[in-house]
Write a protein that binds this ligand. Structure first.
Ligand SMILES: NC(=O)c1ccc[n+]([C@@H]2O[C@H](COP(=O)([O-])OP(=O)(O)OC[C@H]3O[C@@H](n4cnc5c(N)ncnc54)[C@H](OP(=O)(O)O)[C@@H]3O)[C@@H](O)[C@H]2O)c1
Length: 317
């Protein structure tokens, strides 16, 4: 199958399998990015919020200076954090994030959440996460139209080749589409067999918006954050029996379930063998029955829901 997804506005070819940088530690990030490039990864999914953009950039630039790749061979995605939604903050932070990476454009720049929080001065705390300096959540009244205008200007100025959103439901996407001069090209959302989101997938396809799935392994990524709820997808009998029949790993089965729908994936692993095997999901196919069995595991389990931090942030309500 195709190894890339062509974005509707620019035709830019976004790799369908990339590497996610959330929770990759500063200490290991440069080497992880370098080794992932060596292993064939050509997309890195970063964000200001991940706190490792400088180190990720070091790994990328080392790979370029060692002649492994050229800048144009690699797709770098990053995201603007919630505290920087005001027009001038979007512009300033995007430039700052490019400086951290040591590159002069992002292939894709996303609005991380359709949630605006009060500005936190980067010299006081960076990344600021969800809380002000007083440890409390402070929503701010920046409309998405203001944020989106600044995102479009980043494209005009060449700082971002493509722009998009993340964690966006149909209603906020419809809002953006009403005034967008440059429509969002990608929506990056939580998506796995416990949260299949068929309605959102259809909506995005209809509007020419590509989808990137995050947290493809469901609860696994949240266990290290203390999650103790629904048993993992990687251990699920249905996933394991399909893995056995296909002679693949449970992780590959879950990634294949998404890419077989034309959805990009960005698995993260701090382990080199898992990093290598997660890439191999494009040259085999789930049968229709296997695909349906995976989709039927849906229980609308959302693991990344800001409403759990503060009910005022219930963007998926
Ligand atoms: N836009 C957003 O709001 C948002 C939110 C969450 C994530 N993301 C992006 O999506 C990326 C992926 O999501 P994620 O980090 O939540 O989770 P993920 O890739 O679904 O899962 C990562 C977890 O699975 C483990 N793992 C990786 N490969 C494995 C394998 N082959 N077998 C068994 N376990 C495996 C990892 O442990 P080891 O590291 O020990 O292998 C880690 O605990 C993130 O890194 C980030 O770039 C975006």
């Amino acid at each position: 199958m195709a190894t890339t997804i062509a974005l509707s506005r620019t035709g830019a070819k976004m790799p369908i399998v990339g590497f996610g940088l959330w929770k990759v530690t500063k200490a290991t990030c440069a080497d992880t990015v370098y080794n992932a490039i060596k292993a064939g990864y050509r997309l890195f999914d970063g964000a200001g919020d991940y706190g490792n953009e400088k180190e990720a950039g070091e790994g990328l630039r080392r790979a370029i200076s060692d002649g492994l790749i050229k800048r144009e061979d690699v797709w770098v995605t990053s995201k603007i954090w919630n505290t920087f939604h005001a027009h001038d903050h979007v512009k300033a932070l995007a430039k700052h994030q490019l400086e951290l990476w040591g590159i002069d454009y992002f292939d894709l720049f996303l609005v991380h959440f359709p949630i605006s929080l009060e500005y936190v001065e980067p010299s006081a705390k960076y990344p600021p996460e969800w809380w002000g300096l007083d440890g409390k959540v402070h929503p701010a009244n920046v409309p998405m139209s203001e944020t989106w205008k600044a995102m479009e200007e980043l494209v005009d100025e060449g700082a971002a080749k493509n722009i998009g959103v993340s964690n966006a439901a149909g209603s906020i996407l419809l809002d953006i589409l009403r005034y967008a001069r440059i429509p969002p090209q990608v929506n990056q959302v939580e998506l796995h067999p416990y949260l299949t989101q068929e309605g959102l997938i259809n909506f995005c396809k209809t509007h020419g918006i590509a989808i990137t799935a995050y947290s493809s392994f469901g609860p696994q990524s949240y266990v290290e954050l203390g999650y103790k709820g629904t048993p993992g997808l990687l251990e699920h009998d249905v996933v394991n029996s399909i893995a056995k029949t296909q002679a693949k790993t449970p992780a590959q089965v879950l990634l294949r379930w998404a890419v077989q729908q034309g959805i990009a994936v960005i698995p993260k692993s701090n382990n080199h063998d898992r990093l290598l095997s997660n890439k191999n999901v494009l040259d085999w196919t789930l049968t229709e029955d296997q695909f349906k069995a995976l989709s039927s595991l849906n229980i609308n389990l959302r693991l990344n829901n800001p409403a759990e931090l503060d009910p005022r942030l219930a963007i998926f309500a």
